[in-house]
Design a protein. Structure first.
Ligand code: SOE
Length: 378
């Protein structure tokens, strides 16, 4: 059976998923065969170029025509278009893989999850960092009790692409479109990772959000924020989301957590770090060194750096000999392998929309906590 696939969205993350589908059969021969059928967007010129570049058969400008024509619908658009197309697809029993965060509002995330519960199709949310070999290795260590009882988590996700006040306005700066800023874009990853690694839900939060630059220039016709003509008179739009957030949280087992994310942290490109401390040991992961895991257990005096590139390590036997390191794009190949395998065998995928909703509830609670200046329970 070949699964026909339609993508809504074809830029950064669309290209990353298209790359994953192109590599899948080569490295995961037991993965279901996939036909990159249709790309959906609004700009026909850009779409027709993307169709060729990403190896699709055709394009369409209305998702309504597509959601029941394909076997699998990938929702890779801005957050405010996650709900309606995904719900329409699920109502047609078309499988849906949706980018994170699940939606731009809690209400939409709830509607999407309801549709997933009522559908016979598989619904997955693309928290790709669960599929880093070192993260799965870390989860195994925690499951096997190597760290003892987990007491403390700290997670930071730092980028610097908004430090420059002339960095152009984009949908990621709009509450109406994105829902939140660093919180939903980056914090969603950390919160999901922590809940996944601990196998525990966050039960209460205290949050703080901050916007450092409150308006940004809109790109001109050249696509540049500072268009050659009128460098002094560029149009600006308000930034209505956070540039950074911090949160303290408590997990169901009583463990405490400290979370932060920023897109305004000079010098940090994509630093997604999580550290977990237990009664018997600790571990630390940094996406910028994703082939490694720092582990402290037993009597060792400090942390040992473990290269997670051996054939027995998660997914590694599909790739290269030990030490021939993997990169960010492999996380998407692994998650697509798992998702499409679940689709082909009519099973649910983990993380599903329930996991996406669980994170959305935390995002919402962090914002409410910031508004009220007090802890909020989930
Ligand atoms: C942009 O901040 C972004 O691409 C996020 O949207 C992704 O989820 C993250 O993986 C990298 O940064």
């Amino acid at each position: 059976m070949t699964l026909s696939v339609g993508f809504l969205g074809y830029r950064f993350i669309g290209t990353a998923h298209a790359n994953a589908l192109a590599r899948l059969g080569m490295f995961f021969p037991d993965a279901p065969a996939v036909e990159r059928d249709v790309l959906v967007g609004r700009d026909e010129e850009a779409l027709s170029e993307a169709v060729d570049q990403l190896g699709f058969d055709r394009y369409a400008t209305d998702w309504r025509e597509v959601v029941d024509e394909v076997d699998v619908f990938y929702n890779l658009g801005p957050n405010n278009v996650h709900a309606d197309p995904s719900i329409a697809a699920l109502e047609a029993d078309t499988h849906v893989f949706c980018e994170k965060p699940l939606a731009h509002t809690l209400e939409d995330a709830e509607r999407m999850t309801e549709a997933a519960r009522d559908s016979d199709a598989t619904a997955g949310v693309a928290f790709n960092y669960r599929f880093v070999p070192a993260i799965q290795y870390a989860r195994r260590l925690i499951d096997e009790g190597e760290l003892g009882d987990i007491h403390h988590v700290r997670a930071e996700y730092l980028q610097d692409w908004l430090v420059d006040p002339t960095a152009p306005w984009s949908w990621r700066n709009s509450e109406e479109i994105a829902g939140s800023g660093a919180l939903g874009d980056l914090g969603a990853h950390s919160l999901d990772l922590a809940q996944y690694l601990l196998d525990e839900q966050i039960t209460r939060v205290s949050g703080h959000l901050k916007t450092f630059v409150d308006e940004r220039p809109v790109p001109g016709e050249s696509g540049s924020a500072l268009d050659a003509e009128g460098q002094d008179a560029v149009e600006t739009r308000p930034v209505t989301v956070d540039d950074a957030y911090t949160a303290q949280v408590e997990f169901g087992n009583g463990a405490m957590g400290v979370f932060e994310a920023s897109r305004y942290a000079a010098g940090h490109k994509n630093s997604n770090v999580i550290e977990i401390n237990g009664s018997e040991g600790s571990l630390r992961f940094d996406l910028e060194r994703l082939n490694e895991l720092e582990v402290h257990t037993g009597d060792s005096r400090g942390f040992e750096t473990v290269m997670v590139t051996d054939p027995g390590d998660p997914y590694v036997d599909h790739w290269w000999p030990p030490g021939h390191v993997l990169g960010w794009e492999h996380t998407l190949i692994h998650e697509n392998y798992e998702f499409l395998t679940a689709v082909a065998s009519d099973e649910s995928h983990s993380p599903d929309f329930e996991a996406g909703l669980a994170v959305q509830r935390i995002l919402d609670a962090i914002e409410r906590s910031d508004d009220r200046g007090e802890w909020v329970s989930l």
